[in-house]
Write a protein that binds this ligand. Sequence first.
Ligand SMILES: [Zn+2]
Length: 406
Amino acid sequence: MNKERENMNKIFTHRAKWILPIVQPPIENGAVAVAEGKILRAGTYDDLKEKGIKGELIDHGEGVLMPALVNAHAHLEIPPFTNLPAEDFVTWLKAVIEKKQTLTTEQVQQAEKNAHQMLKQAGTGLVGNIKNFPLINPNKQINEVTFYEFLGLKKEIANKRWSIFGKFLHETNHQSPIYPAAHAPYSVHPEFLPKIKEVALSRKQIFSIHVAESEAENEFLLEGKGALRALLEEKGLLPDNFRPPQKRPVPYLAELGLLTPQTLCVHCVEINAEDIRILQRYGVKICLCPRSNYYLNLNHAPWPLLKQSGLLLCLGTDSLASNQDLNLFKEMVFLYEKNAFSASELLEMATWRGSMALGQGHRFGTMFPGAWAELIFLPLVGNIGLKELAEAVIYTGARGRLKWIK
Ligand SMILES: [Zn+2]
């Protein structure tokens, strides 16, 4: 038996001062048993011994063992676009559109490869990756839910792109399935939005869409005016005789039948209490990208209202065109320092809630028996007690002090 195969069949018991199973309270003097890349059991070290779980013991000492993070929204094919004007959303969007047109296949592939490396270093085990280029990245270092995103507000353009979209989604030579996504309510023709959602429903997949990211989006959908209209006109992307739906983004998507529990709405910055009631009615999942919103001088999402709503919230970094890095620990620190959520809530949002939002159930971001053993260890300095534990974890992770357990 070769060494690798032997290791696959072996049981490893990882012990640490703290175990953070996420869906259960932290466990002091804990251990997690792993075999064949999956979690067998997590508990106190004594509990595992009592249950007769043997195997090679690896004691990691003072620190925390936890599931790797889940970044539910990123665009890995976008390289670090530095020096783009970021003070205004529409000016930035114009610059991104222009810059993306200059990207070569090699640059896109290199960007994805580099992004996977960055995510791995930041302790991420699963990413929701939005793609516009129909290219498969063969160099994945972490698990990925790959979305292929549709864009086209003009019917002629949308019609032309539809066959390319379908072809890439349905190609059978992909290692893992490709999920359908729509860019945003303002950038996809109203006849095509339900068609994309239909594809997701028929394949029992999550459907992702950017929703209510900016005030400009609301203005455009309600009145058909403003900077977004001017940009679409300038680029030749506005339909002739365009008539706005005269609705805010959330009721507009609800009317088109796009909101279901398998819909992942990204951003949700410009939403009000009535929008939240609609989102609750349909049980959609929400991904917040707070540092991207901040980078683009946008408002904060209504965190207290979202928190009260009971909707499933998760976190994403968005792309390197609107963020310095792809580090989800830094997203947590950002929201923690704004008193938006507690450190424990943020750790849930950055792990199993992200896995749920991407349709992966408890396979990622938990220590349930059978979950993938995608585990990281963070060393903790000083005598950290239960009360300070979650806070210590997010700051230690943000400083990059972590290692992978394999
Ligand atoms: Zn995005």
